[in-house]
Design a binder for this molecule. Structure first.
Ligand SMILES: [Zn+2]
Length: 302
């Protein structure tokens, strides 16, 4: 039995968010956008000849606000009948708005105005998360879900977040944000754990995806975006581009010690320069600070 996959675009401010409908014996939605973008999903399904009431699965790739924010609203729209699935590690971000604030402070609070960050994230969590929700199922690497005779395999792809997972069905691989290229709207690849991110890219490459689905239109070296639904050759290119960029970031961070300066990029001003990154590092979710913070944590373990 095979499935058909439909990308569902759900814009949020300057961000292009994507959910995906897995159209098989039991309908599944991968990732939910935020409150506002999820509100448009039932109409998108209708356009495809499907009904939100018939969706049986809400599969969440990771706990970030732009992937889980709409989950409560969509779960309600299914008559509370859909299974809501997320890794046990990232489940706190589905259960609690405050978890998003604490995470931002832990990863980036040292590099920006922490009080302003806390206030902004608190307001964002209220607006963008449609409700705090207990998952009906938590999953881990190797678990298999049965979508009415279609097997969906769970593959752990930590790095972007600690609990990120990919869902693999019939050659289709949904990676959420685990494949970053040169980053999306913010122009910098975002991952909390660089070693794990790299290992997960290698792992997805080894899966040899026939189709690879990205959570956002991540960019190539020349700034052009990858499509969010990639064929086999496109998948290999996006994965290799991501590995290459990670290696460049790692080389720069290893060569240049952090140094406080008056720059907004402080203490990574020279790293930003070396990597040609001229974006605003304070714009949330600030992959620049999240990622570089990750390397400093790894250096501490050496
Ligand atoms: Zn993410």
């Amino acid at each position: 039995m095979s499935v058909v996959v439909h990308p569902i675009a759900a814009p949020w401010g300057r961000f292009a968010l994507y959910s995906f409908l897995i159209d098989g014996p039991e309908l599944a939605i991968v990732d939910t956008g935020v409150t506002a973008s999820a509100a448009g999903i039932p109409a998108e399904l209708e356009r495809l000849g499907r009904r939100i009431e018939d969706v049986r699965w809400i599969l969440l790739t990771h706990g970030h606000i732009d992937h889980v924010g709409g989950a409560h609203a969509l779960w309600e729209a299914t008559g509370r009948r859909a299974e809501v699935v997320i890794s046990a590690t990232d489940a706190p971000f589905l259960r609690s708005r405050r978890a998003h604030v604490d995470e931002a402070l832990a990863l980036r609070g040292a590099y920006v105005d922490a009080a302003a960050l806390e206030a902004a994230k608190t307001a964002e969590a209220l607006d963008a998360i449609s409700g705090e929700l207990e998952p009906t199922r938590t999953v881990d690497d190797g678990d298999v879900l049965d979508l009415g005779g279609i097997e969906v395999r769970v593959v752990a792809v930590p790095g972007h977040t600690q609990g990120a997972v990919a869902y693999v069905v019939d050659g289709h691989v949904f990676v959420g944000d685990a494949v970053q290229g040169y980053g999306a709207a913010s122009g910098f690849p975002g991952y909390e754990d660089p070693d794990a991110y790299r290992a997960s890219l290698e792992k997805v490459l080894a899966l040899e995806p026939r189709h690879l689905y990205l959570g956002h239109p991540y960019r190539r070296a020349d700034g052009t975006p990858f499509p969010v639904d990639l064929d086999e050759a496109g998948a290999r290119e996006a994965l290799q581009t991501s590995l290459d960029r990670e290696a460049q970031v790692r080389t720069a961070v290893t060569a240049i010690a952090p140094a406080e300066s008056a720059s907004a990029y402080s203490p990574f001003e020279r790293v930003a320069h070396e990597l040609g990154y001229a974006g605003d590092p304070t714009l949330e979710p600030s992959p620049f600070f999240t990622t570089l913070h990750g390397y400093t944590q790894e250096a501490r373990h050496v």
